[in-house]
Design a protein around this ligand. Sequence first.
Ligand SMILES: Nc1nc2c([nH]c(=O)n2[C@@H]2O[C@H](COP(=O)(O)OP(=O)(O)OP(=O)(O)O)[C@@H](O)[C@H]2O)c(=O)[nH]1
Length: 359
Amino acid sequence: MRRTTGHCSLSDTPVVSSVAAGRLPRGAIEAGPFRLRPLRPDDAAVIHRLVNDWSVVRMLSRLPFPYPRSLTDDWIASTIAEHDRGDAWHLAVTRQDGDGETVLGCIGLRIDAPQKTATLGYWIGRPYWGTGAASTAAERVTRWALANLPIARITASAAQDNAASIAVLRKIGFREVGAGRQPFLARGGEHPVTLFEATHADMPGLATRNPSEDAAPDPSPAAAVPARRSVLVAAAALLDRDNRVLLARRPEGKPMAGLWEFPGGKIEQDETPEDALIRELREELGIEVSPACLAPFTFASHDYGTFHLLMPLFLCRRWKHTPTAREGQTLRWVHAAELADYPMPAADLPFIPLLRDLL
Ligand SMILES: Nc1nc2c([nH]c(=O)n2[C@@H]2O[C@H](COP(=O)(O)OP(=O)(O)OP(=O)(O)O)[C@@H](O)[C@H]2O)c(=O)[nH]1
């Protein structure tokens, strides 16, 4: 059960340092009728009984089925060590029933301090589905973490056939940012997942917090100007001689980090989409493109909740110099038939069948 707690699963992101150490609560936090408290070794039997259930395990990416009892003990021990290091915060979701406490499931947050990101995962045992435990616990942990930890965003993913978990994430304010594939051990092979993200701006009533504790307030007049609702971005599908498309993986630290996108960027004031794209391709990839080599292909119009993206996509087959990653991104030439294997921002998903038909 290591590193997975969920209807949603925790990511593979390695934890590099532990800025959050000492900030994670040692005790329980209340969440409406539920209580979220640190896991204890004596929870193993009940946790094992709840999670070793096909309908739960099939939604968790890294758990085998059947799930051996001994792994539960190891996993609980590892969660305690991770909490002490400030790397992750795993809690039992519990409810007071009469004189006794009932354990309903687990919720966890893995913290990647250098990237100011945390990943949420959770699962609830089948007898307690429909009690509101998942959404109440997930909302409480998400809001607590954004308000108290030095992080800028929380990510989560859910199997695309996990309608309950997707509904929970949407209900509590997570935005759908893309789609990808993840291995699911119990089911075998990779399965499609929906990727979500939440920032302070997504949580009504949560004060926007500067995740860098020491950063000085931005005194520039621009800082007082509210962000524009529509964001204009120009992007290119660069095609090589084998009709492969160049994808760039967004570097850590940027919103939607880890997703594969088409090179490009925001259109500045007074720039045409072509000017912006030529500039971005030069800055990001070190290539020179002439306007005549940019063929308008299609566009994306997608509401990300906090902003609406309008993005023309150009096709380009000719440029000077070899594309080189200049901004920490990872580049890959991909055949159209394989595009669906790369997790992409939600706005880009309609491009996939169009490119498949074209190429
Ligand atoms: N370049 C690019 N951006 C995309 C794609 N799909 C998509 O949703 N976007 C979104 O469009 C916006 C582009 O912003 P960006 O961060 O790349 O722009 P930029 O290079 O000007 O960056 P900056 O604002 O950090 O200077 C981001 O919100 C990004 O997630 C895509 O295929 N290519």
